[in-house]
Design a protein around this ligand. Structure first.
Ligand code: GLA
Length: 725
C-alpha cells in the first residue's frame, strides 16, 4: 500500500513535470528556472549557469520546491509568509492565477500572481533579470482584498533552495570603527543566520549581504559563488538552513521580530528586493556584478558619475567651526588641489541651545551666528572664490532633548507615549519618528531650507548617530505600533524620493557614525557613503576590503587623516595613508596646515595623480588578489578599465616580523593578449626605480607570474599603473 502511494506521488510529480510550464529568468550567465502552472503554487526548479535549454536542468534532476512557501498548508518549517486572516485562520494555500513578463529598461520583469484558494489574498512573486549583469532581483507584493484587516506575521522577500554540497558562506559583522568584518566558513548543519535589529542603522553589527561558495571555500577569481543582498535599510534577517540531505534553503527579508504588519482592505505591502548575483569567477565575479548593477542600474544614485576630491572639517576642528577656521582649511585645500569643501558638525544652533558639545541643538538647523557671524552663504561664497564646491553636514532624522525642536514637538520622537525616552549620544540624542508624515515634512524641509539659503550647495553629508532604544510611536495607532520599524523606513524613503525629485543632482553622503547604514536600501538615494569613522589606514585595509565585496569604489568615501590617527593612536606614513585612500573616492579629513612642506608637496602630487586615474579607480572593475584576511601581512588589488587598456595595481604591507614570507605579486583582470607598460606612482622622493619600472610585460605574464616588489618596511605600499600599448 505504502509503495503504491509513493509511486503515485512520484508519477504525479513526473506527469506534472512533463506538462509543466517552465519559465527561465535569465541574465547573460545565469538562469533561475521556475515552473508556473495555474492552480498550483509557483515552483522553484533551478538557479545556476545560464541554460541553453530548460530541459537540461529538468532532465538532469531539478528541485521541485515552492518558490514562495506560505505557512500552514503543506509548508511549516520552510515558510516565507505567515498570515493571520480576520477569522483567525493561520494557514494559507497559494495557487498561481496569472503570470506576465514586461520589459523595464535593460531588464525583464517576471510577475507570477498567486491567490489563496479560499481568501482574497494575492501574492505577486516578482523577478527582475538584467540584460547586462548577472543580477536577478526578487521580491513580492502582498495584496489583501478582504473586508476586514488581516495580519502578516512573516513576510520575507525570497526563498531560494540551493543544492547542498561543500557549501561555504561569507557574512559580515563588526562594530563602530570596525565595520564589514568578514567571516568565511562552511555551512554546517543547523541554521546559519545573519540578523540585525539595530534600527535605524542596519549595517554596523551585521550587514544585509552574504555570499555562498558552492564549490568549497570561495576563491577570489574562480569557482561558483552566489551573492544575496537585501535592499533594505531596516531590521532584516538572512537565513541559510540545511533542512535535508540535498538542500540548503536561503531566505531573506525584513526581520519579523516585533514587526507584525496589518493589511487594511485594499492595502499592499511590497517587500524589499533581494538582489541575487551568480558568478563562476568566484567572489570577485559576484562583487563586480554588484558594482556594475549599482553603477549602471540605479542601485546607487547617479552611479556612473565620478566623485569629487573633498576636504571634510571633522577631524581637523571637530565642533569648533568658525569663519576663519573654515577659510584657512579651504586655503589649504586649494593648495593641495581638492575640489569640494565640506563643513561638518558644529555650525548650527538656536536662540536657546548651541552645538559646542555633541549634546544639544540637533533639529535647530539655523546658523550659529556666534561661530559664523556672516552665515553659511558667506562660507559658500568663500569656497566659490577659491574654486571649491560647497558641502555641509546635517543629521535630520535626529534631535536632542535639549533642542527647541524637541521642546515644541516632544511627540515627534520614537518612544511610546507612556515611556520616558532613553537617550543616546551626549546623553540627550533621540530619534525622530519618520513614520509620522509631519516629521517627514520636517526632514524634507531641513534639506529644502539649506538649498533655499545656499542654492549652490553641491554636497550634503547626511548623518544618523543613534540606535533605537525605546520602541513605540506617538503617531501610530495602538494596532499599528508593530509597524514602526517598517513604516519608519518607508517614511524615510518617501522623504528621500521627494528630495530627489526636487534635487536630483545634489550629492548626498550616507553616514551613520561611519558605515552604519551601508546598504542598498538607501543607496538609490545617496551618491556615496562614509566607509567608517575609523580613518586609521591599516584598519581601513580590512574595512574597505570587506565593504568593496558588495559596494563600488565611487561610493566609498576614503579620507587621509592626521598621524597619529585620532581613533587608534597609530602613526602611519603619509604615502601609506594616501595609497590606502586611493582605492575609493579620495578625500582628506585633517587640517592641511598640519602637513609639513614636504608632505604638502607629496599630497599635491598624489591628488594630481588621483585626478588622472579617477576614471579607472572610480568606474573600473575591481580585482582583488591578496586578502588582508589571509594573515600574511600583505594585501593587493587592482582597478581595471572595462576595455582592459589601463589598470592601477595597489599593494600594501601591514605586518613586520623576521623571516616573513614575501609573496610574488600577481595581477588580475588584464587582457592576457595585451602588453602593459608599468610605472610606479606616488613614489617617495628620491626612490630608486625598480627593475620593472617603465618596462613592458604581457598581460598573461603579469597575471600568471607577477612581479617582485620591494616592500622592506611595515606600512610600505606601492601604486603601479599598467598601460596597454
Ligand atoms: C558622526 C560621523 C562623523 C562626524 C560626526 C559629527 O560620528 O560619523 O564623521 O560627522 O558624526 O558629529
Amino acid at each position: 500500500m505504502i509503495t503504491r502511494v509513493l509511486l503515485t506521488a512520484a508519477c504525479a510529480a513526473l506527469c506534472m513535470a512533463a506538462q509543466a510550464k517552465d519559465v527561465a529568468v535569465s541574465t547573460p550567465a545565469s538562469t533561475l528556472l521556475l515552473s508556473a502552472n495555474e492552480g498550483r503554487p509557483l515552483t522553484f526548479r533551478y538557479y545556476g549557469s545560464r541554460l541553453a535549454s530548460n530541459a537540461d536542468a529538468v532532465q538532469a534532476g531539478a528541485f521541485w520546491q515552492d518558490a514562495y512557501p506560505a505557512f500552514g498548508n503543506g509548508n511549516i518549517g520552510d515558510a516565507a509568509l505567515i498570515v493571520r486572516y480576520p477569522d483567525g485562520n493561520m494557514s494559507a494555500d497559494l495557487a498561481l492565477t496569472a503570470d506576465k513578463q514586461e520589459r523595464d529598461g535593460n531588464a525583464t520583469v517576471f510577475t507570477f500572481t498567486m491567490k489563496d484558494k479560499l481568501y482574497p489574498l494575492y501574492v505577486d512573486v516578482c523577478y527582475k533579470a538584467w540584460d547586462d549583469c548577472d543580477i536577478i532581483e526578487t521580491w513580492t507584493n502582498i495584496r489583501w482584498q478582504g473586508k476586514k484587516p488581516m495580519k502578516l506575521l512573516r513576510y520575507l522577500s525570497a526563498s531560494l533552495p540551493v543544492r547542498r554540497g561543500d557549501t561555504w558562506w561569507l557574512h559580515q559583522h563588526g562594530s563602530w570603527g570596525a565595520e564589514a568584518e568578514t567571516t568565511i566558513e562552511p555551512v554546517t548543519e543547523g541554521i546559519k543566520e545573519v540578523r540585525d535589529v539595530n534600527f535605524p542603522k542596519n549595517a554596523v553589527l551585521n550587514r544585509p549581504n552574504i555570499m555562498l561558495g558552492l564549490d568549497g571555500r570561495p576563491q577570489e577569481n574562480s569557482g561558483t559563488v552566489v551573492g544575496a543582498v537585501l535592499c533594505w535599510a531596516g531590521n532584516f534577517r538572512i537565513t541559510v538552513d540545511t533542512p535535508d540531505k540535498r538542500r540548503h534553503l536561503l531566505q531573506a527579508g525584513i526581520c519579523e521580530d516585533a514587526a507584525e504588519y496589518n493589511l487594511a482592505p485594499g492595502a499592499t505591502l511590497a517587500t524589499p528586493h533581494l538582489a541575487l548575483a551568480y558568478s563562476r569567477e568566484g567572489m570577485g565575479g559576484v562583487s563586480r556584478a554588484y558594482h556594475r548593477w549599482a553603477r549602471a542600474h540605479g542601485a546607487l544614485h547617479n552611479g556612473m558619475a565620478m566623485r569629487d576630491i573633498l576636504l571634510n572639517s571633522w577631524e581637523g576642528v571637530y565642533l569648533n567651526v568658525s569663519q576663519k577656521g573654515m577659510e584657512t582649511m579651504m586655503d589649504g585645500e586649494k593648495e593641495f588641489g581638492g575640489e569640494l569643501f565640506v563643513m561638518d558638525d558644529g555650525w548650527f544652533a538656536s536662540a536657546k541651545y548651541n552645538r559646542n558639545r555633541d549634546n544639544a541643538a540637533l533639529g535647530d538647523w539655523t546658523t550659529d551666528k556666534a561661530k559664523l557671524p556672516q552665515g553659511v552663504p558667506a562660507l559658500q561664497a568663500a569656497a566659490e572664490q577659491r574654486g571649491l564646491k560647497w558641502g555641509i553636514w546635517i543629521e535630520p532624522e535626529m534631535t536632542n532633548t535639549t533642542s527647541e525642536l524637541y521642546e515644541k514637538h516632544p511627540d515627534w520622537i520614537v518612544c511610546h507615549p507612556t515611556r520616558e525616552p532613553i537617550k543616546g549620544r551626549g546623553g540627550t540624542q533621540v530619534i525622530l519618528d519618520m513614520s509620522n508624515p509631519r516629521v517627514q515634512d520636517f526632514v524634507f524641509s531641513v534639506v529644502d531650507n539649506i538649498m533655499t539659503e545656499t542654492p549652490k550647495t553641491h554636497y550634503i553629508k547626511w548623518d544618523c548617530n543613534a540606535e533605537m532604544r525605546n520602541f513605540g510611536s506617538h503617531y501610530l495607532t495602538a494596532d499599528r505600533q508593530s509597524h514602526l520599524t517598517v513604516d519608519y523606513h518607508l517614511g524615510l524613503i518617501k522623504t528621500m524620493e521627494r528630495i530627489r525629485a526636487k534635487y536630483p543632482k545634489l550629492v548626498i553622503q550616507d553616514c551613520a557614525s561611519g558605515g552604519g547604514r551601508v546598504n542598498y536600501g538607501l543607496l538609490p538615494y545617496f551618491d556615496e557613503f562614509w566607509v567608517s569613522d575609523n580613518t586609521d589606514a591599516e584598519q581601513r585595509l580590512f574595512i574597505q576590503w570587506g565593504t568593496g565585496l558588495f559596494f563600488p569604489s565611487n561610493a566609498m568615501a576614503q579620507h587621509v587623516s592626521a598621524s597619529p590617527n585620532h581613533q587608534t593612536g597609530r602613526a602611519l606614513p603619509l604615502k601609506f595613508r594616501f595609497d590606502v585612500a586611493f582605492t575609493g573616492r579620495l578625500g582628506m579629513e585633517m587640517k592641511p596646515s598640519d602637513l609639513s612642506p614636504q608632505e604638502l608637496q607629496f599630497a599635491k602630487e598624489a591628488v594630481a595623480t588621483y585626478k588622472r586615474l579617477r576614471p579607472t579607480i572610480q568606474l573600473g572593475d575591481l580585482y582583488r588578489v591578496l586578502s588582508p584576511y589571509d594573515n600574511k601581512g600583505y594585501c593587493s588589488q587592482l582597478a581595471v578599465e572595462q576595455d582592459k587598456s589601463h589598470a592601477v595595481f595597489f599593494a600594501y604591507k601591514f605586518r613586520q616580523y623576521i623571516n616573513m614570507m614575501t609573496p610574488r605579486f600577481r595581477f588580475a583582470g588584464l587582457d592576457p593578449a595585451k602588453t602593459y607598460r608599468l610605472a610606479e606612482l606616488n613614489k617617495p622622493a628620491g626612490a630608486k626605480p625598480a627593475s620593472w619600472e617603465g618596462k613592458a610585460f604581457s598581460g598573461r605574464f603579469l597575471m600568471d607570474e607577477g612581479i617582485e616588489l620591494s616592500l622592506p618596511g611595515v606600512w610600505d605600499s606601492k601604486v603601479i599603473e599598467a598601460t596597454a600599448n
